[in-house]
Design a protein around this ligand. Structure first.
Ligand code: SF4
Length: 450
């Protein structure tokens, strides 16, 4: 029996795997490939005590081989009580159930699932696996949630006209907002490496994609799991601009600090558009939502952004009719929203999500549906007026647009405009400097090339 060790640069910090293959040549080849799949090359580890992952690739050809496998599991666990202990190979196929009941074992990975070990380890660390036995279906699901391992290309979703690419750079959320099921679905926060994101953005820009949208479940928490920050990433892009512009998707204001707001407001690369979900403008409602932010802090962020860049498009999400929201709470929200420099509001009538505290409160004390509808409409009216005012302020100014299909364009500050261009100039995906002029009543702004 030989111990094979690999020293890896992994998701959080160095992930070192100590793997022990048992059985035949095929089992040893499989074990080596498995250990190697967890990113990077090989380096000798002194012993199991230094590993983050212990891998027993076991044999089941005889009862004795099975006993040897279990004995090895116990020995490795004694040598390293902290590491993630994985059993794979024929032993896992044959005795998965009983192995999973051993207290020493963290994961039993079926042969069909072994190709996704890095993703499985990620999903395990993120608390996303349903149990200790990992089937091919679990592995496929884990792969959906995994952040690409270090050095592996990030996936991007590019729209058919190649006018925008959506790049997932973060996943998971460790907050506990009272109305939200996302943490239970997406697991713990995990991020791609800054250098992998910079590389992906650069490749997309060089490939002619004019805009890259950085996306995450809790984007503002980007890097928390790696000791880095979103502002560090943006500063890297600012220092060596890619060929495309960059847009940030929704950012929870609890983590979006002054530095981030200042960077976005003054950036040559990141467009002047911040989507900071507020959810409510009432202190008591925010407390019940467990949002972890107070109106005064939100106001400071919003006003800082508007002062730093009057062109900046500030957008937000609002929940109308959160359980227990009184008329006074709602009036407070309306006043607060009216008072802030929003350019657009996304208003959602409260809808109970099973398993959340808010759903239980809703059952105890449901808001009359008429009230819910009226509050939603009232906030949407405010939103429409804010959007009109923002567009009116943009009239007569210049803006860089990305051309879209159908004689339309999207400005850097997130206004959809109609394009005044000859047919040959209307190819989607071009970046153009334009002058914005008011369109006919009720129509979007018109963008005329500068
Ligand atoms: S609302 Fe956002 S921050 Fe809150 S739990 Fe859901 S994903 Fe996390």
């Amino acid at each position: 029996m030989t111990a094979v060790s690999t020293n890896q640069t992994a998701r959080f910090s160095a992930r070192r795997i100590y793997s022990v293959p048992l059985g035949c040549k095929v089992s040893r080849i499989d074990a080596a490939a498995l250990a190697d799949s967890v990113e990077g090359g090989e380096a000798a580890l002194a012993g199991p005590g230094d590993a983050d992952v212990l891998l027993v690739h076991g044999c089941a050809v005889t009862d004795r081989a099975e006993r040897d496998g279990r004995r090895l599991v116990r020995r490795l666990r004694r040598a390293n009580p902290r590491a993630t202990l994985v059993v794979s190979g024929c032993l896992a196929e044959r005795a998965g159930g009983s192995l999973a009941r051993m207290p020493e074992v963290d994961l039993v990975v079926s042969l069909a699932a072994r190709g996704a070990l890095p993703e499985i380890l990620d999903a395990h660390a993120a608390g996303l696996l349903p149990g200790r036995i990992v089937t091919a279906a679990d592995a496929a699901r884990a792969a959906l949630f995994a952040m690409p391992a270090a050095g592996r290309p990030l996936e991007a979703l590019i729209d058919p006209d190649r006018t925008r690419a959506f790049l997932k750079i973060q996943d998971g959320c460790e907050r506990r907002c009272a109305f939200c099921v996302v943490p239970s679905l997406r697991g713990k926060e995990r991020s791609a490496r800054i250098e992998d994101v910079v590389d992906a953005v650069r490749r997309l820009g060089d490939a002619g994609v004019p805009e890259v949208v950085l996306a995450g479940v809790h984007l503002a928490a980007f890097g928390h799991d790696r000791g880095t920050r979103l502002v560090d990433l943006l500063a890297r892009l600012e220092a060596d601009p890619p060929a495309c512009r960059v847009r940030l998707s929704s950012l929870e204001p609890m983590e979006a600090g002054d530095e981030l707001v200042d960077l976005v407001a003054s950036s040559r690369v990141v467009v002047p558009h911040l989507h900071l979900p507020l959810q409510s403008g009432s202190l008591s409602v925010l407390k019940r939502m467990r949002r972890g932010i107070v109106p005064a802090r939100y106001r400071a962020l919003a006003e800082r952004a508007a002062r730093a860049n009057p062109r900046l498009h500030l957008a937000t999400d609002l929940i109308a009719g959160f359980p227990g929201e009184t008329d006074a709470d709602f009036a407070e929200t309306c006043r607060f929203v009216e008072d802030l420099p929003f350019a657009s509001l996304h208003v959602f009538p409260f809808s109970p999500r099973g398993g959340t505290d808010a759903a239980a409160w809703h059952l105890e004390n449901p808001l009359a549906s008429g009230v819910l509808t009226e509050r939603t409409r009232a906030l949407r009216r405010i939103g429409a007026a804010k959007a009109r005012a923002f567009a009116a302020r943009a009239a007569g100014t210049t803006a860089e647009i990305v051309t879209l299909r159908g004689n339309r364009g999207l400005t850097d500050h997130y206004l959809e405009v109609s394009l005044e261009l000859p047919p040959e100039g209307r190819l989607p995906g071009r970046r153009l400097q334009t002058r914005l002029v008011s369109g006919a009543a009720g129509m979007p702004l018109e963008a005329h090339p500068c």
